[in-house]
Design a protein around this ligand. Structure first.
Ligand code: ZN
Length: 210
């Protein structure tokens, strides 16, 4: 296929209706996969912010680097794309990504889960929202585990998008060669147009051809 084929051919002439519908549906799917990859990148940022905040808490003497859990309840939605997307649009999520820092959750929200220091009479700005347990089993290795999970998800999404693109490519190529073949076949029967130029028979009405 000549590299400039698509500069000259009108997709409407090249694709069947089914092919056209398939290609736009597939492109829309790839767009959504791309959006999910963007979400995953934000998840990784969130994990990073939580790790930094934990370091800060350790620095402020709220626990030892070895023992303090530091899992933030706002990481609950990480690795669940739909829930995370809702979180990003919530006031709590907006606050996090506006500053690029995970801070104590805003005090006006009262739907926090218990056990993350948010139910204390006075929020500790260093640890509110964070699990302050030592050698915490339920959240053990949360940073590495979440990071691994999200990165795996990103790889899967990219693989899926690539597969879709490959299939689209094949559909485009076979439609293009079919189109060229048809043109060639039409051109084997030639007629003289009204302007005296030779024209492909397929593009000329019978009346005009007489
Ligand atoms: Zn914990």
């Amino acid at each position: 296929m000549p590299s400039d084929f698509w500069d000259h051919a009108d997709p409407k002439d090249v694709f069947t209706e089914e092919e056209g519908a398939f290609l736009s549906a597939s492109a829309a799917d790839r767009y959504n996969l791309g959006e999910e990859i963007v979400l995953c990148k934000k998840m990784l940022q969130m994990i990073d912010m939580a790790a930094k905040r934990r370091e800060g808490a350790v620095g402020a003497g709220k626990g030892s680097a070895k023992d303090l859990c530091g899992y933030d309840f706002r990481l609950d939605t990480v690795s669940v794309p739909q829930a995370f997307s809702r979180f990003l649009q919530s006031p709590a999520g907006e606050a996090v990504f506006k500053t690029g820092r995970l801070e104590a959750p805003p005090p006006d929200l009262d739907s926090y889960p218990p056990g993350f220091g948010c139910d204390a009479a006075e929020l500790d700005p260093d640890t509110a929202g964070m699990c302050a347990r030592k050698k915490c089993k339920p959240h053990g290795g949360w940073n590495a585990m979440l990071t691994k999970h999200v990165k795996h998800q990103m790889k899967e999404l990219a693989r899926e998008a690539k597969e879709k693109l490959d299939v689209e490519e094949r559909v485009r190529e076979s439609a293009a060669s079919r189109y060229v073949r048809r043109k060639y076949e039409n051109n084997t029967v030639r007629v003289i147009g009204s302007d005296g130029e030779e024209e492909p028979a397929g593009d000329v009405q019978m009346e005009d051809a007489v």
